[in-house]
Write a protein that binds this ligand. Sequence first.
Ligand code: GLU
Length: 504
Amino acid sequence: MDDKKVRVRFAPSPTGYLHVGSLRTALYNYLFARKCGGTFILRIEDTDRKRLVEDAVEKLLGTLGLFFDWDEGLVGKAENGRWGTTEKGMCGPYVQSARLDIYRKHAEELIDKGRAYRCFCSAERLEAVRKEQEARKEPTRYDGRCRNLSKEEVSKKLIEDASYVVRLRVDGGDGNITFDDAVRGKVSFLRETIDDQVLLKSDGFPTYHLANVVDDHLMGITHVIRGEEWLPSTPKHILLYEAFGWNIPQFSHLPLLLNPDRSKLSKRQGDVAVEDYLAKGYLPEALLNFVALLGWNPGEGKTQEIFSLRELVDEFDLAHVHKGGAVFDGKKLDWLNAQYIKNLSAEELFTRALPFLRQKTWFESVEDSRKESEYVARVLVIEQDRLQKLSDVGESSKFLFVEPTVDPLFLPWKKNTPKETRLLLETMLAVLADIPDNEWERGRLEKTLLETAGERRGDFLWPLRVALSGEKQSPPPHEIAWVIGKQSTLERIEKAETLLEKML
Ligand code: GLU
């Protein structure tokens, strides 16, 4: 096939959030299309009216747009206030609820060909049939009552305005439905297990199966790349392609995402919404890198783990997508995110981290001089290498913004007495007080403190660090002193001395 003709799609149902697995599906489609110069379209599958969520499409586009673009149509509302319409054909993203006539027409085409039929069975009857089958331990399926209604019977029902669905007429038989999946190889399903699928519901809306197949055909989709959970739908889709007499696209089913205990990744066991990860301070580029590696690797012997989108486009190959489930390893995501944060420029880190800092409940009450950009930038200089997420800013270093509560019992190093500790702090106070304001720099501070401490680093630097931070673990004292400035540094040491005096 001419690569330029490659057309793939991401076809989410708008649920109100973007599942991490869906982000991976969208990404693999995007990478596949970009690699071969094909087209990547976005199609909103919103025909399940019971599951409609307000503003879900806007939210979805907003989230997806943070990661990559798609073809055909601008991102924005169509003139009539809907997302994408059919009249202009090329105004994307495509939205199925705006294409109902197309599906209806195609359902009728199948009825005319004898490949589908109207089914007037009531929900109560179907339920009763199901229960009987269950009691007999048979597989539950439609019993075919309306399969062979005469034209007259159908007309009569239609005149009576009886409600109906349209079902695919699946011819029985022993054979298999077989197809070649680019990820899974040859896949077969027993034909006899396929029920007479509902194609059009009684409200006139198509089912997923009908709308999906009709659109994939009309939109010229050459490769269907989707999650493994859709694998059982594929034989039904193949029967539909056959019924219409259409070519079948190349299918690729991507491996399931698993929790570390190898159960299916589910909402109950943690976050699955991309929006939640972004809200926690994971960078879009790190998340994208992470999901790219869920079920794909660049090939044997290649150990690269950090990939830009551009590099992924160059490296991606469906042949390197695994069949087995992909474990969602949160620790790896943290590690990747930390790498990306480390590589941000100071300005970029500042812009991205500030909103997270502002969200801290205590930030409002921080004194004004510590809310200034210069101050926050200094905090970020010393925090950058320690951050796993943007929301970690100020999390374990609140003492850089608000005065710490110091427990005097933590001040002495090892077996030192309060008295000795007070003297050690006294020395530190004196050398620090001697540093002129314009030399209050990280390097200078570090040199002075180390020189003063000499061989006795623990004795000197431990109490100083606790005095400045109130914490047993924190950045080294010269860094804290540099951020909070000379005056605060001296004040905090004096406070610690007072606490020690009370213990004497
Ligand atoms: N609407 C389906 C979904 O929500 C699309 C599945 C497919 O790609 O065929 O994922």
